[in-house]
Write a protein that binds this ligand. Sequence first.
Ligand code: FE
Length: 209
Amino acid sequence: MAAESYTLPDLPYDPGALKPHINGHLMELHHDKHHAAYVKGANTTLEKLADLRGSADFSTLAQLERNLAFNVSGHVLHSIFWTNLSPDGGGEPTGPLADELERSFGGFDGFRRHMTEAASTVQGSGWALAAWEPVAGRLLVQQVHDHQGNHGQGMVPLLAIDAWEHAYYVQYLNEKVEFFNAIWNVVNWPDVQRRFEQARAGELVGATS
Ligand code: FE
């Protein structure tokens, strides 16, 4: 039996539910068009790779592998991003995640500043990503290029902030720092906490809830 194709997950809330921080038009475009394009791109690339395995010419393999990393990573990060947000979000984490932010970043304020600056200073397209590094056992902030570059091997994403222009331009125009400041009002800390506890326990963490 062939492996399943990638599918676009539904948003876990109405597109306009995160207003005023993210308006419904922006959210619909971002989910229905941009995320959908990565899902389509991932599936198309998988089909082309399957065709390639039956051919004698592997001259397109390297480009297809780049396309695969780009589109699958785009799908994974957006799937995490939607669940990282909630109309009931905001505030600060508590419990073990708060303790970990203290240990790795000197506290929540230091973590938030680091993430906000990582998002704000992306050159071109990218993400700010808080990820669990399982070898040392600590949280790190990464500044991801596109969807997959500059990402350490084995790192488990916990909180992803989309810093592509498509994530804010429709609503915030060139004031992207306003978007990266506003997004903290809708961060779904129970989701981040769940991902943190699963990652720390060494369990496999799915892209969606
Ligand atoms: Fe995006």
